[in-house]
Design a protein around this ligand. Structure first.
Ligand code: HEM
Length: 512
């Protein structure tokens, strides 16, 4: 089968799927009694013009999805629908229109349809394979695992990994930042998340199994997740082997009475409300879910933040000065500190306020995904920014496009400019409730989502990104050699291509 025929058959599969979804939605709109509701209900959201059947597809293919969403936002306002090939997606722009999307109960706004594709990867019995009550219990395990007291415990191992990794760099050289950060974050994850048994004895095997697992997530997996394709078979073998590995580690820990401080241990020790312990299969699935949620995202944000700082010398200088000040202050209290590890701990990481704002600002401009998706289980009325009201039907796909929501000019001054000071105390532009009188609360800054499904790993993510970037700022002079990249494509917002950076060790600080 050549490439064209593979592409064609995927296209047919996609078309069949879209038509099936469209037919379901059409049926749900003609349910008995629906007519009566429509009479009194506000109108449907305005729709973008497009050719019959293909709708906005030609515009998306020629100008890109982001550009089309922006154009339609300008033309149609903050609530509008894009259609293509029978699929309709209603976009909700700005804090004023997003409350129901982010805060409604699961019975109103569904998230599981969107994430069902993860079931064969994480495995049965966890995440989107289980009922809502069980999933809520598992989220409670995550919350416990990621609480501040645990982050404090992870600070030292993170710093240790980072020091060891960059200690192997030479006096000067050139590296692909994307590759370096990916590898380093995997080392951190294997120590803090997967356990020191993996970090010390099985790093290469587990890394390659995870690679196979991710490789099993393809376009066709959306429609036929269990089709026995070679990639799906490799995914299933990798998932089974990972479960075997974590079961062996859990058994060894239990039989020796050894207790570690990593997330594996937390999940092994977690109990459901009825007292039931987590099974090895569940522990494996939950670990994989955390890994998937946190690795690619943290790596993408670390690289975009580095890129943003390296192309804004005025902010880079402030970031370096902050590190310099913290090292001096801390060394005054810590005379035995000869290496970075002795200097940087949880408390010091919390004081890296400017670096924190740089990361936050980089995520605003370069969110890890273009949009967050949901499906309306029930019809609802949404109010647009101009006060107009619209009826959104049950079954409709909904989108909150971060690439537009994070750049609203009435929330963010000069929204396309990288300016970490917009989040400084006293300014805090993301507090859009105050800015726009919108009562926006948590809805103006969406890089970590918001409401019911807001990111549970935000603190962990900031911590590991700060550990990496602060070490680089203290110990190296860096220069970007590649041009500032575009995002990879419509689905992945990672920087495109290699991000080549030259480094030279600094002599600024007494620590190496
Ligand atoms: C900079 C890095 C990260 C970014 C930008 C990020 C972003 C997000 C976003 C946008 C969501 C919401 C998705 C939705 O509403 O559909 C989310 C959810 C989530 N994230 Fe993160 N994330 C990051 C790192 C992490 C890390 C390190 C972990 C854990 C180790 C993590 C765990 C989770 C979990 C468990 C959820 C699901 C919450 C729920 O469904 O209730 N994330 N993340």
């Amino acid at each position: 089968m050549d490439v064209t025929s593979i592409t064609n058959s995927w296209f047919v599969v996609a078309l069949v799927f879209i038509i099936t979804v469209a037919a379901k939605v059409a049926r749900s709109r003609t349910l008995p009694g629906a007519k009566k509701t429509i009479k009194t209900a506000p109108p449907s959201p305005p729709e973008a013009k497009g050719a019959p059947l293909v709708g906005v597809l030609p515009a998306v293919l020629s100008r890109g999805l982001q550009a089309v969403i922006r154009e339609q936002h300008r033309e149609l306002g903050s609530v509008f629908t894009l259609r293509s090939l029978g699929l309709a997606v209603t976009f909700l722009i700005g804090p004023e229109s997003s409350d129901h999307f982010f805060h409604a109960a699961e019975s109103e706004i569904a998230v599981d349809d969107v994430y069902k594709v993860t079931v064969p990867i994480f495995g049965r019995g966890v995440g989107y394979d289980v009922d809502l009550d069980t999933r809520n219990e598992q989220h409670r395990f995550f919350a416990k695992t990621l609480r501040p007291a645990k982050l404090r415990v992870h600070a030292h191992p993170m710093v240790h990994e980072v020091e060891e990794y960059f200690g192997k760099w030479g006096e000067c050289g050139v590296v692909d930042m994307k590759h370096e950060v990916d590898h380093l974050l995997m080392l951190i994850a294997s120590r803090c998340l997967l356990g020191k048994e993996v970090r010390e004895n099985m790093f290469d095997e587990v890394s390659s199994l995870l690679h196979e697992l991710i490789g099993g997530l393809q376009l066709i997996s959306m429609f036929f997740p269990y089709l026995p394709t070679p990639a799906h078979r490799r995914r299933d073998r990798a998932r089974a082997r990972l479960e075997e590995i974590f079961s062996q580690i859990a058994t060894a820990r239990k039989s020796s009475g050894r207790v570690e401080e990593d997330m594996l241990q937390e999940l092994m020790d977690s109990r459901y409300g009825d007292g039931r312990a987590t099974t090895d299969a569940e522990v494996t699935g939950l670990l994989l879910a955390l890994l998937f949620a946190g690795q690619h995202t943290s790596s993408t944000v670390t690289v975009w933040t580095a890129l943003s700082l390296l192309t804004h010398p005025e902010h880079l200088r402030v970031a370096v000065a902050e590190q310099e000040r913290l090292v001096e202050e801390h060394l005054e209290h810590n005379h035995h500190g000869s290496g970075d590890g002795a200097v940087v701990d949880y408390g010091v990481l919390q004081q890296m306020d400017f670096l924190h704002r740089c990361i936050k600002e980089a995520m605003r401009l370069h969110p890890v995904s273009q949009m967050i998706l949901r499906r309306a289980r029930r019809g609802f009325t949404v109010r647009a920014k101009d006060g107009g009201e619209y009826s959104v039907p049950a079954g409709r796909m909904l989108a909150s496009p971060l690439v537009v929501n994070n750049l609203l000019p009435y929330v963010y001054k000069d929204p396309h400019i990288f300016n970490p000071d917009r989040f400084a105390t006293g300014r805090m532009e993301d507090n859009a409730g105050a800015v726009a009188g919108a009562g926006a609360g948590d809805l103006a800054y969406l890089a970590f989502g918001a409401g019911k499904h807001a990111c549970m790993g935000e603190g962990y993510a900031y911590q590991q990104i700060k550990v990496i970037l602060s070490h680089l700022l203290r110990n190296f002079e860096l220069k970007l050699e590649s041009p500032f990249p575009e995002p990879e494509n419509m689905l992945s917002m990672r920087p495109k291509g290699k991000v080549m950076v030259t480094y030279k060790r600094r002599k600024l600080f007494c620590n190496t």
